[in-house]
Design a protein around this ligand. Sequence first.
Ligand code: KG4
Ligand code: ZN
Length: 341
Amino acid sequence: MALILGLESSCDETAAALVTSDRRILAHKLAGQEAAHRPYGGVVPEIAARAHVEVMAPLVEAALAEAGVTLDQVDAIAATAGPGLIGGVMVGLVTGKALALASGKPLIAVNHLEGHGLSPRLADPDLAFPYLLLLVSGGHCQLLLVEGVGAYRRLATTIDDAAGEAFDKTAKLLGLGFPGGPAVEKAAVRGDPRAVPLPRPLLGSAEPHFSFAGLKSAVARVVGQYSAEDIAASFQQAVVDCLLDRTRRALESVEASALVVAGGVAANASVRAALERLAGEHGRRFVAPPLWLCTDNAAMIAWAGVERFAAGLTDPLDFPARPRWPLDPGAEKVRGAGVKA
Ligand code: KG4
Ligand code: ZN
């Protein structure tokens, strides 16, 4: 049995967690920064980095206390080393290195996306490789074939915005506040998903990728012409339709035991319901982590640490912080200027 301390600080959540290789979450602590960023309607990197500095060490202390363990009992320290806002990534990674140095325990530098991608295996012991993963977060929208720990084949990515980014921008356009995804979902409950005609970029396209920039621009053009609720509901339906169409295409092209969704947008009930139906239609299992494990947290980083530790994968203390860090470095570049890794 291994015990791993996980640290996360790549965006606007500071988090520390202790997770065992037999899937016990002994502690997971999280400090959000919504209030600090709300006046700006989005995450301000410099404010985020400073907040991580203030709360990271106390959070680690609190997590160890909650778990009732000391650093001596931990087998390795896993910290997010990218991709993300570099100032924040550095805070968590340097904290992890300092703890590793002080305790003599190995460091595991975790790719934040791998944290999301393996988190369904923390939630579900029966989820075996290979599985088809729809990774939908604020910075990424990808379909990956997860063949094993560290073995990812990228099948599709967004050629412009990520799905979560589109949710956040729509919320801002509608004046629904920050963070945007949950606000849009809440407003959509009272709206009509058929009320506003909105585009579904790349729907039915022969290429496998996603695109959301045109949808966002279309939302900007209809603001004021319909109720915020109807726009929110119609926007959410358009996103669901796009995610579903692209995921169906991928599901039909790979051998995968299950369809898995992870990342912040996986917390959306309409997205989950649509994917569950799709998996059922194709006779595949559907696995989605509980909501708290979908949005950023340190339990998923600790779990990725568990998986990497079991595979003998630890990292040197000079491991760099990486603002960009694709899971599949061999994947071909896609068209579009604002290409996300
Ligand atoms: O995975 P995550 O917490 O951070 C990143 O790694 O990006 O994802 C955050 C994204 C944000 O864009 C947020 O608006 C979106 O996930 N999100 C949602 C929901 N909850 C979070 N989008 C739609 N519906 C939700 N319920
Ligand atoms: Zn994330």
